[in-house]
Design a binder for this molecule. Structure first.
Ligand SMILES: Nc1ncnc2c1ncn2[C@@H]1O[C@H](COP(=O)(O)OP(=O)(O)OP(=O)(O)O)[C@@H](O)[C@H]1O
Length: 229
């Protein structure tokens, strides 16, 4: 099994009255890695470092054989070039853009550039894949929770990322929808064979996606379980 994720980073975060030391170290050959742990454990900070939204003080990050960060050689691939999709907890859709425009956002190469033919086709593909055709011209506030989540996933996947990072992807959904979206995402991940790193508090997510489960507490990954699956 080839290495999908290889992370070994240090970061000290300081606020007025406290210091938080993050030391995230793990390696995985799995394409379904789940990180769980209590609130404030450092999960989001680790994810941000992989996405390039936080720069570690030292260490190295590798994704599917590609080095994204290495403090010893000065490598720090910019966010836009990491080819990593990051789905935030609240989906962070652009409120002033409709579904189609939200999905196309990451594809637009430059300000005011018209979409290329390939980009238009990509948008059509994802709109169909997530059954969003009937809401393509609606705005985020006119969508249901499940539709918003699908738009966010489509937007994340449209630029064909090398990895998918998900922070509590189902937390905002009601339980029935959560189960359905879990199934959809699980099937999609397998179909695309895209490495996925997921943060969650929910044991059901661990059960559904945790081929490799990492537990994080107090800034460190201290317990690692390899499932038999
Ligand atoms: N800019 C900052 N300066 C100082 N400390 C910070 C900063 N950002 C985050 N922290 C601290 O880093 C720790 C880890 O935060 P992080 O958001 O990674 O936790 P988490 O495990 O994702 O929690 P949750 O599950 O609640 O989202 C927290 O204790 C937080 O207070």
């Amino acid at each position: 099994m080839s290495t999908q994720f290889k992370v070994d980073i240090h970061k000290t975060l300081r606020s007025a009255d406290r210091e938080f030391k993050l030391h995230a170290r793990f390696e995985s050959g799995s394409q379904r890695v789940v990180v769980y742990g209590s609130s404030g454990a450092g999960k989001s900070q680790m994810m941000k470092a992989v996405a390039g939204l936080m720069t570690p003080d030292s260490g190295r990050i590798e994704l599917a054989g590609r080095c994204l960060f290495d403090s010893s050689t000065g490598v720090n691939v910019p966010v836009q070039q990491r080819k990593v999709a990051y789905l935030f907890q609240d989906y962070a859709l652009f409120p002033h853009l409709n579904v189609r425009q939200n999905i196309g956002f990451g594809l637009q190469r430059g300000w005011r550039n018209p979409l290329s033919r390939a980009d238009s086709e990509a948008i059509r593909y994802w709109i169909n894949a997530f059954e969003l055709g009937h809401v393509a011209h609606q705005y985020p506030h006119e969508l249901s929770g499940g539709q918003r989540q699908r738009v966010a996933l489509a937007r994340a996947l449209a630029p064909q990322p090398d990895a998918l990072l998900l922070d509590e992807p189902f937390a905002a959904l009601d339980p029935g929808l959560r189960e359905r979206m879990r199934e959809e995402l699980g099937a999609l991940q397998r179909r695309l064979a895209i490495p996925m790193l997921m943060i969650t508090h929910d044991p059901e997510d661990v059960r559904a996606f945790g081929e490799h489960v990492l537990r994080m507490e107090n800034g460190s990954i201290f317990h690692v379980e390899e499932s038999a699956a």
